[in-house]
Design a protein around this ligand. Sequence first.
Ligand SMILES: Cc1cc2nc3c(=O)[nH]c(=O)nc-3n(C[C@H](O)[C@H](O)[C@H](O)COP(=O)(O)OP(=O)(O)OC[C@H]3O[C@@H](n4cnc5c(N)ncnc54)[C@H](O)[C@@H]3O)c2cc1C
Ligand SMILES: *[C@@H]1O[C@H](CO)[C@@H](O)[C@H](O)[C@H]1NC(C)=O
Ligand SMILES: *[C@@H]1O[C@H](CO)[C@@H](O)[C@H](O)[C@H]1NC(C)=O
Ligand SMILES: *[C@@H]1O[C@H](CO)[C@@H](O)[C@H](O)[C@H]1NC(C)=O
Ligand SMILES: *[C@@H]1O[C@H](CO)[C@@H](O)[C@H](O)[C@H]1NC(C)=O
Length: 601
Amino acid sequence: MMFFKFPQPGLLQYSFLLLLNACLIQALVYTNPNLIKPEYDFVIVGAGAAGNVMANRLTESGKFNVLLIEAGPSNQGLLPSIVPFLAPSIQAIPYAIWNYTTIPQPALDNRTLAYVRGKLLGGSSSINFLTFTRGSDDDFDRWARLTEEPEWSWKNLRQYYLKSEKLVPPADAHDTTHQCNPSFHGNGPIEVSVPTFATDIDGRVISASKELGEEFKFNLDVQSGDMVGISVAQSTIGSTSKRSSSATGYLNSIFQRKNLDILIQTQVTKLLPSNSNSKIPSFQTVQFAQNSTGKIYHTHAKKEVILSAGAINTPQILMLSGIGDRAALTKKGIKPLVDLPDVGQHLQDHPLLLNYFRVNTKNTFDTILRDPHATVNALNQWNTTGEGQFADSLTNSIGFIRLDNSFWNGKVDPSAGPKSGHFEMIFIDGFAALETPAPNTGNFITVNTAVLNPLSRGSVTLASVDPFVFPVIDPGFFTAPLDVSTMVEAVKAVRKFFTASIWNGYVTSRFGTMGDASTDAEIASAARQSVVTIWHPASTAMMSPEHAKWGVVTPKLLVKGTSGLRIVDTSIFPIIPAAHTVGPVYIVAERAADFVKEKWC
Ligand SMILES: Cc1cc2nc3c(=O)[nH]c(=O)nc-3n(C[C@H](O)[C@H](O)[C@H](O)COP(=O)(O)OP(=O)(O)OC[C@H]3O[C@@H](n4cnc5c(N)ncnc54)[C@H](O)[C@@H]3O)c2cc1C
Ligand SMILES: *[C@@H]1O[C@H](CO)[C@@H](O)[C@H](O)[C@H]1NC(C)=O
Ligand SMILES: *[C@@H]1O[C@H](CO)[C@@H](O)[C@H](O)[C@H]1NC(C)=O
Ligand SMILES: *[C@@H]1O[C@H](CO)[C@@H](O)[C@H](O)[C@H]1NC(C)=O
Ligand SMILES: *[C@@H]1O[C@H](CO)[C@@H](O)[C@H](O)[C@H]1NC(C)=O
């Protein structure tokens, strides 16, 4: 269950309604499926993080005409999607999210977890918590090994990560020399910046890192390929303190392109095979509808259909189209057309735990969020100056930490290499009420810990043949015991971090169920009671070597056993990187756009 008590929805409702009224849908964004042409070169399903990159890159030469179909509405004017600090509040807006819930998680005391995805232009990049990480060189070199495709190595992806993002100055234009290294950054449409509004803990986190030495060493720029250490967080926030998403970065500038049609508020319900004589079925006819009882429409992709519906919806669409495990599809009454047992399998995600601490100060965002005047002031300050509490994401510092060799004695280290963390620490200067409602009094800091190389695997399966019925989502959190032990070590590491002298008299006590836990067994048990998702589902249509029988797509992202069908989104990750996933998915999409051009130009 989510408790997004911050900021008070009642207060904000007024302001985002105001903005919604002023919202202008661009002329070339259609809501009426009757206006869609019978044929395009490419049809892209899902205008999310990856889909918008594809729409942009495939229309830039003018040689191809493209249709982009999005289930949700426009992102324009939606205040919580613009103001960085308000990101959590989007989850209270029913029409902007896929309000998914997992099935009971046996290793989490049978709890079900909220499992929201973005349903609007920009997809989850329009609702995410803005932390930007590219992944480590080890992560991508492992992708290259797993897929036997050197194009996926860090070295060969360089032009693509540089093409996707650029470092911009924070709103206050302060000197960032000691916070990031511009030489690791590129010149792409996604704007990335370090925080503009310093919180009380930022300097303390860096001092503690210096005091405690190697285990928590300082890392100037997490995008260098080496992610290990404590860093100043980089967020997808532009220099006017507005969210930078795939919609603002890749789509806003191309609405006027004549060779691009965008259809919103319309869901792709399945792909139809063509009646060709070829032994390899092609899935180039796209079926879509606006609701379960509405009219059914079709269009045809002359060259390719590109599925970018995300790690939950892409496998759902594949299965609805008869692509998946033969036996499972038959059982559901769907005629299996392509037998790919890995569709919907191998779901990976980073389990997230919130560690709360009481602090001896009034200067955390708890004070602001409890006071309606202060909240409105913070919003006004953001609006007039791009400054203040609401100008940044929830976090100004992050750490990717490795566990000591002694921990791995007799175990297989699941990390991709020495430049990938085993767990993450995310520092938040207030009570992040993701799992527990915020207390009415007191001031807090939250340190989120995440297991970065989970061994647990889950799945996405069909609940129904009705495309408007949500699929069954099982992230399988903590089903691998090593994930639990790694989380226990992460919790202990956070506690150790607070033994640095800078926290003396500042952090006064641990708080909550996890705060009460002391022994490893108690920490593990408290973790089962409180772990949630960090919203990084991946690998449900995983990439494998060209000739491998397992996996769903080839290293060029074409769906095995089909023609004219490619997948470009987080579902193709061969394994989840030890990083936040939006950076990697932008890289995947930039790389994929060139695969497509190499084939069709
Ligand atoms: C709450 C939240 C917080 C997060 N925080 C972070 C963070 O801080 N940092 C980070 O790096 N990552 C974060 N992530 C994850 C990151 O945003 C995702 O990994 C990334 O956006 C995935 O990209 P994608 O292209 O695979 O899918 P998405 O961006 O989810 O896009 C999929 C799109 O397809 C559309 N779609 C789905 N089905 C259909 C259909 N049948 N027909 C038409 N359209 C369809 C969806 O509506 C959506 O717009 C977060 C995610 C969430 C939800
Ligand atoms: C999402 O689903 C949960 C659980 O069913 C529900 O409590 C919540 O109100 C829903 N949120 C929205 C925005 O509809
Ligand atoms: C979880 O549910 C299963 C099936 O209903 C049950 O067997 C098991 O005991 C439950 N576990 C916990 C910890 O409640
Ligand atoms: C369903 O979609 C159709 C368009 O195909 C629309 O006319 C109708 O109003 C929609 N119904 C609902 C309940 O939204
Ligand atoms: C931002 O400022 C403008 C100009 O003063 C005003 O019209 C708008 O309503 C403000 N928006 C918010 C969210 O406060």
